[in-house]
Design a binder for this molecule. Structure first.
Ligand SMILES: [Zn+2]
Length: 92
């Protein structure tokens, strides 16, 4: 189990994999929101981001420059969200 969670990069998914989680966090559909990378400035739909589902958190990376855009860590019943890698996040 641990090996799978910390396995090689073939565990990369896309933003659709966290559609349910984001809906839980933001209360609305976020996979079609437009996220702007704070590092390279690229804007893309959340659904197009690179997502790693790794314990203890979910890491969302820019598909263009691989910078971390967001991290979601679940603690007990709370989702702790770090969006510091985002320059902007605009729901549509
Ligand atoms: Zn980027």
């Amino acid at each position: 189990m641990t090996e799978r969670l910390y396995g090689p990069d073939d565990s990369a998914l896309d933003g659709n994999a966290i559609g349910g989680l984001l809906h839980e966090v933001f209360g609305s559909e976020m996979t079609t929101a437009e996220a702007t990378c704070g590092h390279c400035g690229q804007t893309a739909q959340v659904a197009e981001a690179v997502v790693y589902l790794r314990a203890p958190g979910t890491v969302v990376r820019c598909r263009t420059c691989t910078s971390v855009l967001a991290v979601v860590v679940r603690k007990q019943e709370m989702n702790c969200v770090d969006l510091s890698g985002l320059a902007a996040l605009q729901a549509r």
